[in-house]
Design a protein around this ligand. Structure first.
Ligand code: KG4
Ligand code: ZN
Length: 352
């Protein structure tokens, strides 16, 4: 089984070819960073047009690099949501057209499901597992019991964690995209302890998150410092922020271990996925947490943490194997919760 994956839900245009033996035959990601950088964030209209400009060429290139022609494909999978709707439409329409023209199954993939299943592409990983999904649009703890079997144990009540990284980096003048820039800046820190940042939600029952207070506290610290901000202060503040976020993620995830075991007694694996899972401190803290609890820890390689099409193709394979496919009447979805029974989070963004 060989599937073409297409990802266009945010600011990466991506195409990949993956087979059911877990070989990533090609995986091309075109970042639109330069297009959006002047605006300090993703501009949906610019993103949609850029996807339209580049997607066809990327698909041709992905097929070429994989050495696979259209006749060998078993299906075409595209992110069907959640995400910036203009971009999602570009990917879905392209996939539908290819599926129709080549008489192939079309698969509309939930972008969050693609992140959730990405660790199964690179590791031998069975259900059930606890997933911490940390991206630009989400911060959720989910119990994963199978394809389509997701139970949300916690979510952010305001900002997503990647969004918090991006906003903090903007405040510190570190540029866009913020997460990687903030991580880089933090490496030069000498005394992060001189800034006291809060740990929102820590110690509270449940597994929900909150990050907006952390950003406000960072702004207050900044108000007392010289402007333009000296690089040493920016580094210490970046490190203080990264430590605070890691503390919060580790504490809330620790609480979810018990909940996960209560619902799925065999659950002893923690998986982290999504763009923020590329952060080394976050990974290390979660790994330590899992180790102390006697749990297995899995994190996809960095290139599969941030948005990519290999994870979309893989989710397509997981669904095809179960005999699932979507109709050509599938409508792209700006919102698409993984656990439809969970209450809608008040501040949840549309980004994935
Ligand atoms: O999953 P992703 O690529 O796109 C979404 O679906 O949102 O996640 C992007 C988010 C951005 O907010 C970005 O700043 C954050 O992940 N991110 C990081 C790092 N790399 C990406 N945050 C912290 N540290 C990183 N190294
Ligand atoms: Zn994502």
């Amino acid at each position: 089984m060989i599937v073409l994956g297409i990802e266009t839900s945010c600011d990466e245009t991506a195409a990949a070819i993956v087979d059911d033996k877990k070989n990533i035959l090609s995986n091309i990601v075109l970042s639109q960073i330069a297009d959006h950088a002047p605006y300090g964030g993703v501009v949906p209209e610019i993103a949609a047009r850029a996807h339209l400009d580049h997607l066809d060429r990327l698909i041709t290139e992905a097929l070429g690099r994989a050495g696979v022609d259209l006749g060998r494909l078993s299906g075409v999978a595209a992110t069907g949501g959640p995400g910036l709707i203009g971009g999602v439409i570009v990917g879905v329409m392209t996939a539908k057209a290819m599926a129709l023209a080549c008489d192939l199954p079309f698969l509309a993939i939930n972008h969050l499901e693609a992140h959730a299943l990405s660790a199964r592409l690179t590791s031998d990983l069975d259900w059930p597992y606890l997933l911490l999904l940390v991206s630009g649009g989400h911060c959720q703890l989910l119990l994963v019991e199978g394809v389509g079997g997701y139970r949300r144990l916690g979510t952010t009540i305001d900002d997503a964690v990647g969004e918090a990284f991006d906003k903090a980096a903007k405040l510190l003048g570190l540029g866009y995209p913020g997460g990687p820039a903030l991580e880089r800046a933090a490496r030069a820190a000498v005394a992060p302890g001189r800034f006291a940042l809060p740990r929102p939600m820590v110690g509270r029952p449940g597994c929900d998150f909150s990050f907006s207070g952390l950003k406000t506290a960072l702004g207050r610290c900044l108000a007392g410092l010289a402007q333009p901000l000296p690089a040493a202060d920016a580094a210490d503040l970046a490190a203080a922020f990264q430590i605070a976020v890691s503390d919060v993620l580790a504490e809330r995830t620790g609480r979810a271990f018990e909940r996960a075991m209560a619902l799925a007694p065999r659950c002893r694996t923690l998986v982290v996925a999504g763009g923020v899972a590329a952060n080394q401190m976050v990974r290390t803290r979660l790994e330590g947490l899992a180790q102390r609890a006697g749990w297995r820890f899995e994190a996809p390689p960095l290139a599969l943490c941030t948005d990519n099409a290999a994870m979309v193709a893989w989710a397509g394979i997981e669904r095809l194997r179960l005999g699932l496919r979507d109709g050509l009447d599938f409508a792209p979805r700006p919102r698409w919760p993984l656990d439809p029974t969970a209450p809608r989070a008040p501040g949840a963004g549309v980004k994935a």
